[in-house]
Design a protein around this ligand. Structure first.
Ligand code: IDC
Length: 341
Protein backbone atom coordinates (compact mmCIF):
# COMPACT_ATOMS: atom_id res chain seq x y z
CA UNK A 1 0.00 0.00 0.00
CA UNK A 2 2.77 2.38 1.02
CA UNK A 3 4.50 1.66 -2.30
CA UNK A 4 1.37 2.65 -4.25
CA UNK A 5 0.96 5.86 -2.30
CA UNK A 6 4.62 6.71 -2.91
CA UNK A 7 4.28 5.95 -6.63
CA UNK A 8 1.13 8.04 -6.84
CA UNK A 9 2.84 10.94 -5.07
CA UNK A 10 5.82 10.70 -7.42
CA UNK A 11 3.49 10.70 -10.42
CA UNK A 12 1.60 13.73 -9.12
CA UNK A 13 4.90 15.50 -8.56
CA UNK A 14 6.00 14.79 -12.13
CA UNK A 15 2.69 16.12 -13.47
CA UNK A 16 3.04 19.16 -11.24
CA UNK A 17 6.55 19.85 -12.56
CA UNK A 18 5.43 19.28 -16.13
CA UNK A 19 2.54 21.69 -15.75
CA UNK A 20 4.80 24.35 -14.17
CA UNK A 21 7.46 24.08 -16.79
CA UNK A 22 5.08 24.03 -19.74
CA UNK A 23 3.42 27.16 -18.40
CA UNK A 24 6.81 28.83 -18.15
CA UNK A 25 8.14 27.49 -21.45
CA UNK A 26 5.43 29.25 -23.35
CA UNK A 27 6.58 32.58 -21.96
CA UNK A 28 10.32 32.31 -22.44
CA UNK A 29 12.31 34.77 -24.52
CA UNK A 30 14.85 31.99 -25.16
CA UNK A 31 14.17 28.37 -24.20
CA UNK A 32 16.58 25.88 -22.63
CA UNK A 33 17.73 24.76 -26.09
CA UNK A 34 18.63 28.33 -27.02
CA UNK A 35 15.66 28.86 -29.34
CA UNK A 36 14.26 32.37 -29.40
CA UNK A 37 10.57 33.08 -29.13
CA UNK A 38 10.38 33.97 -32.83
CA UNK A 39 12.12 30.71 -33.76
CA UNK A 40 9.58 28.80 -31.69
CA UNK A 41 6.38 30.71 -32.47
CA UNK A 42 7.14 31.83 -36.03
CA UNK A 43 4.43 33.62 -37.97
CA UNK A 44 1.76 34.90 -35.61
CA UNK A 45 -1.91 34.71 -36.56
CA UNK A 46 -5.33 35.41 -35.12
CA UNK A 47 -7.68 32.49 -34.63
CA UNK A 48 -11.02 33.54 -33.17
CA UNK A 49 -10.06 36.12 -30.54
CA UNK A 50 -6.65 34.58 -29.79
CA UNK A 51 -3.19 35.57 -30.83
CA UNK A 52 -1.66 32.25 -31.92
CA UNK A 53 1.69 30.94 -33.05
CA UNK A 54 2.29 29.49 -36.51
CA UNK A 55 1.11 26.09 -35.27
CA UNK A 56 -2.24 27.61 -34.23
CA UNK A 57 -1.72 27.49 -30.45
CA UNK A 58 -2.70 30.55 -28.36
CA UNK A 59 0.30 32.48 -27.06
CA UNK A 60 0.87 35.37 -24.70
CA UNK A 61 3.75 37.72 -25.52
CA UNK A 62 5.12 39.94 -22.77
CA UNK A 63 7.61 42.75 -22.91
CA UNK A 64 8.57 46.37 -22.50
CA UNK A 65 7.72 49.56 -24.30
CA UNK A 66 10.22 52.27 -24.99
CA UNK A 67 9.34 55.73 -23.68
CA UNK A 68 9.06 58.36 -26.45
CA UNK A 69 11.89 57.57 -28.86
CA UNK A 70 12.66 61.30 -29.14
CA UNK A 71 13.22 61.52 -25.38
CA UNK A 72 14.61 58.14 -24.40
CA UNK A 73 15.54 56.60 -27.74
CA UNK A 74 18.99 55.81 -26.35
CA UNK A 75 17.48 52.58 -25.04
CA UNK A 76 16.31 51.52 -28.50
CA UNK A 77 19.44 49.56 -29.33
CA UNK A 78 20.72 46.01 -29.50
CA UNK A 79 22.52 46.08 -26.14
CA UNK A 80 19.41 47.07 -24.21
CA UNK A 81 17.13 44.72 -26.14
CA UNK A 82 19.55 41.86 -25.56
CA UNK A 83 19.65 42.68 -21.86
CA UNK A 84 15.87 42.77 -21.73
CA UNK A 85 15.70 39.47 -23.58
CA UNK A 86 18.35 37.62 -21.55
CA UNK A 87 18.14 39.18 -18.09
CA UNK A 88 14.44 40.11 -18.07
CA UNK A 89 12.97 37.28 -20.18
CA UNK A 90 11.34 39.81 -22.50
CA UNK A 91 9.82 38.50 -25.72
CA UNK A 92 8.64 41.78 -27.10
CA UNK A 93 9.88 45.36 -27.59
CA UNK A 94 7.67 48.31 -28.45
CA UNK A 95 9.18 51.24 -30.29
CA UNK A 96 7.01 54.27 -29.42
CA UNK A 97 7.26 56.88 -32.16
CA UNK A 98 5.52 60.03 -30.86
CA UNK A 99 4.29 62.31 -33.59
CA UNK A 100 3.97 65.58 -31.68
CA UNK A 101 5.74 67.06 -28.63
CA UNK A 102 8.99 67.02 -30.61
CA UNK A 103 8.35 63.63 -32.21
CA UNK A 104 8.40 62.32 -35.78
CA UNK A 105 6.46 65.10 -37.50
CA UNK A 106 9.15 67.67 -36.71
CA UNK A 107 11.95 65.08 -36.38
CA UNK A 108 11.69 62.59 -39.21
CA UNK A 109 15.16 61.16 -38.45
CA UNK A 110 13.45 59.42 -35.53
CA UNK A 111 12.48 56.80 -38.06
CA UNK A 112 15.99 55.45 -37.58
CA UNK A 113 15.23 54.76 -33.91
CA UNK A 114 12.39 52.54 -35.12
CA UNK A 115 14.68 50.94 -37.66
CA UNK A 116 17.33 50.29 -34.98
CA UNK A 117 14.65 48.66 -32.84
CA UNK A 118 13.34 46.50 -35.66
CA UNK A 119 16.78 45.35 -36.78
CA UNK A 120 17.85 44.54 -33.22
CA UNK A 121 14.63 42.59 -32.64
CA UNK A 122 15.10 40.61 -35.86
CA UNK A 123 18.68 39.83 -34.90
CA UNK A 124 17.69 38.78 -31.37
CA UNK A 125 14.60 36.78 -32.27
CA UNK A 126 12.17 39.08 -30.46
CA UNK A 127 8.83 40.44 -31.62
CA UNK A 128 8.68 44.20 -32.15
CA UNK A 129 5.72 46.57 -32.10
CA UNK A 130 6.04 49.54 -34.41
CA UNK A 131 3.97 52.08 -32.49
CA UNK A 132 2.63 55.15 -34.34
CA UNK A 133 2.13 57.03 -31.11
CA UNK A 134 -0.98 59.14 -31.67
CA UNK A 135 -1.36 60.98 -28.37
CA UNK A 136 -1.72 64.76 -27.94
CA UNK A 137 -2.62 64.97 -31.64
CA UNK A 138 -5.74 62.93 -30.74
CA UNK A 139 -7.09 62.11 -34.21
CA UNK A 140 -5.04 59.72 -36.37
CA UNK A 141 -6.33 61.51 -39.47
CA UNK A 142 -4.32 64.63 -38.59
CA UNK A 143 -1.10 62.97 -39.77
CA UNK A 144 -2.63 60.31 -41.99
CA UNK A 145 -0.51 61.19 -45.01
CA UNK A 146 2.68 60.72 -42.95
CA UNK A 147 1.32 57.49 -41.49
CA UNK A 148 0.55 56.02 -44.91
CA UNK A 149 4.03 56.84 -46.17
CA UNK A 150 5.68 55.53 -42.99
CA UNK A 151 3.85 52.20 -42.89
CA UNK A 152 4.25 51.75 -46.63
CA UNK A 153 8.01 51.98 -46.14
CA UNK A 154 8.12 49.81 -43.00
CA UNK A 155 5.97 47.08 -44.55
CA UNK A 156 8.02 47.10 -47.72
CA UNK A 157 11.30 46.86 -45.79
CA UNK A 158 10.35 44.46 -43.02
CA UNK A 159 7.03 42.86 -43.91
CA UNK A 160 8.68 39.56 -44.76
CA UNK A 161 9.95 39.11 -41.16
CA UNK A 162 7.58 37.41 -38.72
CA UNK A 163 9.00 39.62 -35.92
CA UNK A 164 6.99 42.67 -36.99
CA UNK A 165 3.72 43.84 -35.43
CA UNK A 166 2.20 47.11 -36.61
CA UNK A 167 0.45 49.37 -34.09
CA UNK A 168 -1.09 52.02 -36.28
CA UNK A 169 -2.53 54.50 -33.73
CA UNK A 170 -1.58 54.38 -30.08
CA UNK A 171 -4.38 56.28 -28.34
CA UNK A 172 -6.99 58.20 -30.31
CA UNK A 173 -8.83 60.48 -27.89
CA UNK A 174 -11.46 63.22 -27.65
CA UNK A 175 -15.24 63.03 -27.99
CA UNK A 176 -15.04 64.05 -31.64
CA UNK A 177 -12.62 61.20 -32.47
CA UNK A 178 -15.11 58.38 -32.83
CA UNK A 179 -14.51 54.82 -33.91
CA UNK A 180 -16.78 54.71 -36.93
CA UNK A 181 -16.31 58.36 -37.95
CA UNK A 182 -12.52 58.74 -37.63
CA UNK A 183 -10.51 55.74 -36.45
CA UNK A 184 -11.97 52.92 -38.53
CA UNK A 185 -11.74 54.85 -41.84
CA UNK A 186 -8.13 55.78 -41.01
CA UNK A 187 -7.31 52.17 -40.11
CA UNK A 188 -8.80 50.81 -43.32
CA UNK A 189 -6.53 53.03 -45.39
CA UNK A 190 -3.39 52.17 -43.44
CA UNK A 191 -4.19 48.46 -43.41
CA UNK A 192 -4.67 48.48 -47.19
CA UNK A 193 -1.21 50.03 -47.62
CA UNK A 194 0.48 47.56 -45.26
CA UNK A 195 -1.27 44.59 -46.85
CA UNK A 196 0.12 45.52 -50.28
CA UNK A 197 3.52 44.39 -49.02
CA UNK A 198 2.79 42.27 -45.99
CA UNK A 199 -0.08 39.79 -46.20
CA UNK A 200 0.38 38.22 -42.77
CA UNK A 201 1.80 40.16 -39.87
CA UNK A 202 -0.49 41.35 -37.12
CA UNK A 203 -1.90 44.89 -37.37
CA UNK A 204 -3.27 46.45 -34.16
CA UNK A 205 -5.76 49.29 -34.27
CA UNK A 206 -6.18 51.85 -31.47
CA UNK A 207 -9.63 52.42 -30.00
CA UNK A 208 -11.43 55.58 -28.79
CA UNK A 209 -10.78 57.26 -25.41
CA UNK A 210 -7.08 56.46 -25.11
CA UNK A 211 -7.62 52.90 -26.34
CA UNK A 212 -10.18 52.00 -23.72
CA UNK A 213 -13.42 51.92 -25.74
CA UNK A 214 -12.86 48.53 -27.27
CA UNK A 215 -16.65 48.03 -27.11
CA UNK A 216 -17.06 50.69 -29.80
CA UNK A 217 -14.77 48.76 -32.14
CA UNK A 218 -16.64 45.54 -31.32
CA UNK A 219 -19.90 47.11 -32.54
CA UNK A 220 -18.39 47.88 -35.94
CA UNK A 221 -15.26 45.79 -36.51
CA UNK A 222 -12.96 46.02 -39.51
CA UNK A 223 -13.87 43.41 -42.09
CA UNK A 224 -12.12 41.98 -45.10
CA UNK A 225 -8.69 41.48 -43.55
CA UNK A 226 -7.08 38.73 -41.48
CA UNK A 227 -4.84 39.17 -38.44
CA UNK A 228 -6.32 42.42 -37.16
CA UNK A 229 -6.28 43.15 -33.44
CA UNK A 230 -7.53 46.06 -31.32
CA UNK A 231 -5.75 48.03 -28.61
CA UNK A 232 -6.67 47.91 -24.94
CA UNK A 233 -4.68 50.18 -22.60
CA UNK A 234 -4.86 50.52 -18.82
CA UNK A 235 -2.99 52.12 -15.96
CA UNK A 236 -3.56 49.97 -12.89
CA UNK A 237 -3.84 52.91 -10.46
CA UNK A 238 -6.59 54.52 -12.56
CA UNK A 239 -8.47 51.69 -14.26
CA UNK A 240 -9.98 48.54 -12.78
CA UNK A 241 -12.94 46.21 -13.00
CA UNK A 242 -15.09 48.45 -15.14
CA UNK A 243 -12.53 48.44 -17.93
CA UNK A 244 -11.97 44.70 -17.54
CA UNK A 245 -15.71 44.13 -17.97
CA UNK A 246 -15.72 46.29 -21.09
CA UNK A 247 -12.80 44.30 -22.51
CA UNK A 248 -14.60 41.05 -21.78
CA UNK A 249 -17.69 42.25 -23.61
CA UNK A 250 -15.54 43.14 -26.63
CA UNK A 251 -13.86 39.73 -26.59
CA UNK A 252 -17.25 38.02 -26.25
CA UNK A 253 -18.32 39.96 -29.34
CA UNK A 254 -15.34 38.49 -31.22
CA UNK A 255 -12.58 41.10 -30.92
CA UNK A 256 -8.92 40.09 -30.52
CA UNK A 257 -7.24 42.47 -28.05
CA UNK A 258 -3.59 43.34 -27.45
CA UNK A 259 -2.46 45.41 -24.45
CA UNK A 260 0.24 47.31 -26.30
CA UNK A 261 0.75 49.64 -23.32
CA UNK A 262 -0.06 49.43 -19.64
CA UNK A 263 1.37 51.03 -16.54
CA UNK A 264 1.82 50.05 -12.91
CA UNK A 265 0.82 53.61 -11.93
CA UNK A 266 -1.89 56.23 -12.34
CA UNK A 267 -2.50 57.22 -15.95
CA UNK A 268 -0.25 60.27 -15.51
CA UNK A 269 2.68 57.85 -15.20
CA UNK A 270 3.25 58.30 -11.45
CA UNK A 271 2.42 56.48 -8.15
CA UNK A 272 3.31 52.80 -8.24
CA UNK A 273 0.31 50.57 -7.36
CA UNK A 274 1.55 46.94 -7.27
CA UNK A 275 -1.59 45.73 -5.45
CA UNK A 276 -3.78 47.03 -8.27
CA UNK A 277 -1.52 45.48 -10.90
CA UNK A 278 -1.99 41.87 -9.77
CA UNK A 279 -5.69 41.62 -10.78
CA UNK A 280 -4.75 42.98 -14.21
CA UNK A 281 -1.93 40.47 -14.60
CA UNK A 282 -4.37 37.68 -13.73
CA UNK A 283 -6.89 39.09 -16.17
CA UNK A 284 -4.33 39.18 -18.98
CA UNK A 285 -3.13 35.68 -18.15
CA UNK A 286 -6.69 34.34 -18.08
CA UNK A 287 -7.48 35.80 -21.50
CA UNK A 288 -4.00 35.23 -22.97
CA UNK A 289 -3.66 38.94 -23.64
CA UNK A 290 -0.21 39.95 -24.81
CA UNK A 291 1.30 43.07 -23.31
CA UNK A 292 4.01 45.70 -23.25
CA UNK A 293 4.70 47.69 -20.10
CA UNK A 294 5.28 51.48 -20.11
CA UNK A 295 8.25 52.12 -20.05
CA UNK A 296 12.04 52.05 -20.29
CA UNK A 297 13.25 55.44 -19.08
CA UNK A 298 15.33 57.09 -16.36
CA UNK A 299 13.50 60.40 -16.06
CA UNK A 300 12.37 59.58 -12.54
CA UNK A 301 8.67 58.91 -13.15
CA UNK A 302 7.28 55.95 -11.20
CA UNK A 303 6.17 54.02 -14.28
CA UNK A 304 9.75 54.08 -15.60
CA UNK A 305 11.78 50.97 -14.85
CA UNK A 306 15.04 52.83 -14.13
CA UNK A 307 15.75 55.18 -11.26
CA UNK A 308 16.43 58.81 -12.05
CA UNK A 309 19.56 59.26 -14.18
CA UNK A 310 20.63 55.58 -14.14
CA UNK A 311 22.09 54.04 -17.33
CA UNK A 312 22.53 57.42 -18.95
CA UNK A 313 24.12 55.94 -22.06
CA UNK A 314 21.59 53.19 -22.76
CA UNK A 315 23.76 50.10 -22.31
CA UNK A 316 21.65 47.69 -20.27
CA UNK A 317 23.49 45.55 -17.69
CA UNK A 318 21.32 46.95 -14.91
CA UNK A 319 21.72 45.87 -11.27
CA UNK A 320 18.91 46.03 -8.71
CA UNK A 321 20.02 49.42 -7.42
CA UNK A 322 19.51 50.87 -10.93
CA UNK A 323 15.86 49.80 -10.97
CA UNK A 324 12.82 51.67 -9.68
CA UNK A 325 10.26 49.79 -7.54
CA UNK A 326 8.22 49.30 -10.72
CA UNK A 327 11.31 48.03 -12.53
CA UNK A 328 12.15 45.52 -9.79
CA UNK A 329 8.56 44.31 -9.83
CA UNK A 330 8.31 44.02 -13.61
CA UNK A 331 11.54 42.09 -13.87
CA UNK A 332 10.22 39.53 -11.38
CA UNK A 333 6.93 39.26 -13.25
CA UNK A 334 8.67 38.70 -16.57
CA UNK A 335 11.06 36.16 -15.05
CA UNK A 336 8.08 34.29 -13.60
CA UNK A 337 9.34 34.88 -10.07
CA UNK A 338 6.01 36.25 -8.86
CA UNK A 339 3.13 33.85 -9.19
CA UNK A 340 0.18 35.16 -11.17
CA UNK A 341 -3.02 33.44 -10.17
C1 IDC B 1 3.74 59.99 -20.89
C2 IDC B 1 5.12 59.83 -20.29
C3 IDC B 1 5.60 61.14 -19.75
C4 IDC B 1 5.54 62.19 -20.84
C5 IDC B 1 4.16 62.24 -21.47
C6 IDC B 1 4.15 63.19 -22.65
O1 IDC B 1 5.07 58.84 -19.28
O2 IDC B 1 6.93 61.03 -19.25
O3 IDC B 1 5.87 63.46 -20.31
O4 IDC B 1 3.77 60.97 -21.92
O5 IDC B 1 2.92 63.30 -23.26
C7 IDC B 1 -0.33 57.16 -22.13
C8 IDC B 1 0.46 57.47 -23.34
C9 IDC B 1 1.91 57.73 -22.98
C10 IDC B 1 2.03 58.50 -21.67
C11 IDC B 1 1.50 57.59 -20.55
C12 IDC B 1 1.63 58.18 -19.15
O6 IDC B 1 0.36 56.49 -24.34
O7 IDC B 1 2.47 58.46 -24.05
O8 IDC B 1 3.40 58.76 -21.46
N1 IDC B 1 0.10 57.28 -20.85
O9 IDC B 1 0.91 59.36 -19.01
N2 IDC B 1 -1.59 56.77 -22.10
C13 IDC B 1 -2.00 56.66 -20.82
C14 IDC B 1 -0.91 56.98 -20.00
Amino acid sequence: MKKYVAALCALCFVFFLASCSSDKDTRLAVDKDGRTVVERYGQLQIIGTNLCNEAGEPVQLRGMSSHGLHWHGKYANRDVLKWLRDDWNTQLWRAALYLTEGGYITGPVLKFKVIDSVEAAIDLGMYVLIDWHVHRDRDPNVYKAQSLAFFDEMAQKYGSYPNIIYEICNEPNGDDVTWSGSIKPYAEEVIAVIRKHDPNNIIIVGTPTWSQDVDKAAEDPIIGYDNIMYTLHFYAGSHGEELMAKAERAMDAGLALFVTEWGTTLDNGDQFHPDKVMPWLSFMRKHNLSWANWSVNNKGEDSGILKYNKDRNGKGGWVDSDLSPSGLFLRKILKNEIKIK
